[in-house]
Ligand binder design. Structure first.
Ligand code: ATP
Ligand code: MG
Length: 271
């Protein structure tokens, strides 16, 4: 496999700051751990949970981490990466994920989804976990359908655990009066925080160590500059770090100093 010049320059064993980082390799920073714990609680108790955070703060990786810790035989995970599929699309996704062919008419389709959910819980003893990512994109009618799904049965037990994961506008949207019935059912809500400077420093070290470099590669002032430019958001910090490593490579430097960080930030903030 051919490696990028900057990857070779630093002798990395693999490309650092990759978005395909396995769940077991994630940095266990405080806000990430807290989000994972909340998600696991909702799943264990079949509750409705809302997890929000800015773009690139680590919402999807928190969901991945929580799911990777589950007993796969006892759970049926239905992951909806993009909910802009309309009301019908919601039910079709659930029905297909539970292994059936969606029925044609809406009323039939809804009944089918409810029957399948009940069968998973009572007959197969498997908990269905519906994870809706980018949930700030849900339409009001879809939110209403989700509310009906979580309270489909007469008894108090919800037939599924439901996690809504999205940008901070999601939390604001749910607080609007029309969603009061759904909002009241939210058992846990959590906003993932960006990293502080110390966490950003650990984050950089962590990713560099995963790529085989455990020695300090980034000067303290450079770390501070990259942290500030990325607002402590992991995805933005990934991009800033890669740009800084490339700047160091171009300048023939063995370490990322503040000059390299400056170049990286200038490059990323240029229109
Ligand atoms: N705890 C972590 N450990 C290591 N890398 C992380 C961690 N959190 C986030 N990342 C990195 O940041 C990237 C962005 O995270 P993620 O995709 O979860 O953000 P998001 O909040 O879902 O963003 P969006 O709002 O765009 O969906 C990941 O691909 C990963 O590289
Ligand atoms: Mg995401």
């Amino acid at each position: 496999m051919t490696r990028a010049p900057w990857v070779t320059h630093f002798g990395f064993t693999r490309t650092p700051f990759s978005k395909t980082i396995p769940a077991k390799d994630l940095l266990e920073r405080a806000s990430h751990q807290e989000a994972v714990a909340r998600i696991r609680f909702c799943i264990a108790e079949s509750l409705l949970g809302v997890v929000t955070g800015e773009v690139g703060v680590g919402k999807t990786v928190a969901v991945r981490a929580a799911v990777s810790q589950l007993d796969q035989a006892a759970h049926h995970i239905v992951y909806l990466a993009n909910p802009t599929v309309g009301i019908r699309g919601l039910y079709v996704t659930i029905v297909r994920a539970l292994g059936a062919v969606p029925r044609g008419f809406k009323a039939e389709l809804i009944a089918q989804a409810q029957d399948l959910l009940a069968a998973e819980e009572h007959e197969r003893r498997r908990r269905v976990v519906l994870l809706v990512d980018e949930a700030h994109l849900l339409e009001p009618q879809q939110l209403e359908e989700l509310r009906l799904l979580t309270s489909a049965e007469m008894d108090a037990e919800s037939p599924l655990a439901l996690l809504l994961v999205g940008q901070p506008t999601l939390a604001r949207q749910l607080r609007m009066g029309v969603f009061a019935a759904l909002d009241q059912r939210v058992a846990t809500r959590y906003q993932i925080a960006p990293m502080d400077l110390a966490e950003s420093a650990r984050y950089l070290q962590h990713h560099l160590a995963l790529a085989g470099r455990t020695d300090p590669l980034v000067a303290d002032d450079a770390v501070a500059r990259l942290h500030k430019a990325s607002l402590g958001l992991p995805r933005a910090l990934n991009n800033a770090a890669i740009a800084a490593l490339i700047a160091a490579t171009t300048a023939g430097k063995a370490l990322v100093d503040d000059d390299c960080a400056k170049k990286a930030v200038a490059e990323l903030t240029r229109d």
